[in-house]
Ligand binder design. Sequence first.
Ligand code: ADP
Length: 690
Amino acid sequence: MFQRRNPIDADNNSSPLAGRDVSPPGTLPAAETPEIEHNLQVYQIELEMQNEELRQSQDDLLASNARYLDLYNQVPVGLVVLDAAGLIQETNLATATLLGVSRVKLAGQALSRYIFHEDQDDYFRFRRQIVEPTPSCRVELRIVHCDMTPIWVQVDAVVFPDDQGRPTLRCMLRDVTERRQLEHSLQMKNQAFNAALSAKSIATPDGIITEANATFLRLWHIPHLEEVVGSPIAHFFMHRREAMAIMVALDEIGYWEGEFTARRGDGSSFLARALATVLRDSNGKMTGYQSSVMDVTERKQAELALEEWNQTLEARVAEHTRELKDSVERFRQLADATFEGIAVADDGILLDGNQRFAEMHGYELAEMLGRPLSDFVAPQSRRAVAKGFSSTRPRNHRVFGLRKDGSVFPLETHMRVGPWLEHSVRIITLRDLTEIKATEGRMHSLRTDLVHAQRLALVSEVSAGIIHQLSQPLSCMGTNLSVLRKLKAAELEQCGAMEIFHDLEADAARMRDIVIHLRAIANPGQIARASGCLNALTKEVLPLLRARADHAQVHLKLDLCEHLPAIHADAIQLSQVIFNLMCNAIEASADVPLERRMVLVTTRPHAESGVELRVRDHGCGLSDDSIERLFTPFFSTKSTGMGVGLRLCQTIIQAHDGQIDGFNNADGIGATFRIELPVDSPLLMSPVSA
Ligand code: ADP
């Protein structure tokens, strides 16, 4: 290497000219010239080399300058130079990027413009170090990016004089937003950890507690955290085996949830519910355990108390339900036992009813429920019922019900609004008026009968007089005829009138008997009963009807049961009944074709202890009106009829404890009248000759 020489250094002994005499300028000794030239050349070469060295140094300097500039701009921290007034003198690219403002615009501006309002005081104090040195030359501030995003920056500064010796603040701005956010988040987590309602703790993989929150201390009655930190987890368990089981579960499946008995320092315990998990780092390596514990002693006690209360309540409800069922059953029995029907309806639909309600309509109750109430009301009454439904006032109605078989029956209803299973419904009570109506009908009939009876009484009175008047002459007539027959027997025989006399005597006797029995009919209580046979009576009546039958060309036929039990009866009265029934049958046959003119009398034992006699004809039959009024006094369809015959028959038969009725024949031809009489007694059941 060349040793650098200073070409202008006159004192340098190493110079080729050093130590030599120097001639006055312009005159060189000739002997020295070549040496001088040589030295000059050497000197020139040295100069050139020095020049080269200088150029190289300059290039290095420029390159270094460029690298410095690049470093200055590319460094990941913002660099700002502030003057004493806080104005930006110089910034690097990172600062411009941090603020989102170009370096040109930033130059000469106050940095405070970009600092958060709340942090201005800190910034002011920080900036004062330029004039008044402070112990801390670092501050953390929020600056605002041009898009209004706040950025946390850490500012470090040194005071340094500028070119003119004036103090400047050379600042370095580092973006610490992420760190601040992490710190904030950690702080929040810590707060949450401490403020949690459950006791939280963190333990090492060895089960030594490193962290515990305030609730943990409160739950375990521990005043200072230091008493917890460093203690093994098992220390806080009443039963060590429980702690071991939890640790095993955590190691196996990574978490555990359940209840355990916690132990306090004073020996007391509480029931704890816990959730514990294994903690791992980002590589999945286990770093410890964390647990969250709650005291559930009170809750458990409350649960037990609740369970106990529930059981009591259930028992009470069951008891009340039973009582209610009994009461409902009692009420239903009561409701079913009443004569009145009860129905509950809502919106015209039958919701409930009692047994009587179903019975009166001929249904089973189950078939009726859920159906419109109108289904059980006769068409002529539906409007009235609907009108009743539209009113909320309790009301009575007389309507007609409709039975399942389609028949209609009279009803009296009382409808009112009432509660039923928390609803407002119509409660209807119904009374079947069929019986009452029938009684009313009977009363009406009785009233009519009374009028007729009064008339009959009058007739009877007159008749009694007539009977009285007739009985004497008839008796005399019979006696006279008898005397006359005896006195004039020969003459009568001779002229062939004897037989006529016999007939006259017999007729007179019969008329006397009739008169006597007319008295009996007028007073049916006085009947002369004797044991007899219906067959015999029938046969006795037959001759009396012969003339009428012949006249009407009606054939009389008997079909008498041979083994008919005897009856205990008034023979004359029963003859009268048979006579009347046969008379009517003959008269009913008078106008029908000849081949139909036949009256049949049959006798039969009846039921268990009776006898029956039927008079059947093939005549005109009974009209509907006649059937209803057959036994009504003075009812007659004949122009000359009195209308008392059947009534007298009924009176006589009823006086003998029997029954009488009349009906049209099943084949639709003619009518039949039937009488039933009780038999005399079992002893008299011996066969009686017909
Ligand atoms: P009367 O014979 O005077 O009319 P009854 O009391 O004997 O009175 O009969 C009442 C009515 O009963 C008769 O008018 C007649 O219409 C009806 N009747 C009775 N028997 C018969 C019968 N066998 N066939 C048809 N109608 C009868």
